[in-house]
Write a protein that binds this ligand. Structure first.
Ligand code: ACM
Length: 267
């Protein structure tokens, strides 16, 4: 199957323009799974709760989810993409999965980064995996990668591919993802953004680009540069993620010894 990401520099608040940019970048490209950045249609740096309230949407009935569901149906493809979600009286940093069948599901970011903590509620969905025609797809969002438990939980739940919508600002993820993939023997597709946002006092947020796809062997199959806007696609076989053996004696899942992983109880 063909899997890819679109790395670009969204303009804050301009949903239609940003979604339009994704649609023109895709053109007639043939692709089975596309991963888009975290908050790909809204931009990232909110300055007030009222801005979040203005741009956040219900899922699946909001504009962005409906538009991506239609695009998925029309192009017979799966899309994983990040958006601010409004649910009851709360806001979540969420990512949706859509496919040829329409809306499939939502994941709400577990580990909030920096000022996301001012505006969003920590996710309550847990890590989810969907069994699709393009393989078993799980989602984590940006900073979730810093917690090995996130990818481990997705892998143990059966993910072949971890879709990873991101707005990375720290430098560590691109070089760490090969280890995350190797230790879980899964594919990861990190879709990061480019550009800078400087919408409030304090240092500007500079997004590091370097989106990439990594194999279950920890190989970087494709990687974008720091600044380019690029749709990059490669062929992968999701079933390659189902063999967890290393040799005749070792299977990295069967060899796990959870009873030895307990942290000491406080007396
Ligand atoms: C991040 O989680 N957006 C760094």
């Amino acid at each position: 199957m063909k899997a890819g990401f679109y790395q670009f520099n969204p303009s804050f608040g301009k949903k239609e323009e940003n979604i339009g940019k994704v649609i023109s970048a895709l053109g007639n490209t043939d692709i089975d799974l596309l991963v888009l950045p975290e908050f790909f249609a809204t931009g990232y740096q909110f300055t007030h709760c009222s801005e979040v309230a203005e741009l956040a949407e219900p899922v699946p009935d909001g504009y962005t989810t409906r538009t991506l569901s239609l695009l998925s149906r029309k192009k017979n493809m799966y899309i994983a993409a990040g958006l601010p979600e409004m649910h009851e009286d709360k806001f979540y940093n969420s990512a949706i999965l859509t496919g040829p069948e329409g809306f499939i599901g939502v994941y709400r970011k577990t580990h909030l980064y920096l000022e996301e903590n001012l505006y969003f509620t920590p996710g309550d969905t847990g890590f989810r995996v969907w069994d699709t025609k393009a393989g078993r797809i799980g989602i984590m969002i940006c900073f979730d990668w810093f917690f090995p438990e996130a990818m481990r939980t997705l892998a143990l739940t059966g993910a072949d591919i971890v879709a990873h919508p991101s707005n990375l600002v720290l430098p560590y993820c691109p070089d760490s993802m090969p280890l995350r993939c190797l230790e879980n023997k899964v594919f990861a597709i990190t879709a990061n953004r480019t550009g800078t946002e400087n919408r409030k006092e304090g240092p500007a947020l500079r997004f590091i680009g370097k989106s990439g796809i990594v194999s279950p062997k920890g190989e970087i199959l494709i990687r974008a540069s720091e600044n380019e806007e690029a749709l990059m696609i490669t062929k992968i076989d999701p079933k390659a993620a189902r063999d967890k053996t290393l040799n005749a004696f070792n299977d990295i899942f069967k060899d796990r010894r959870p009873e030895m992983y307990r942290t000491p109880h406080k007396e």
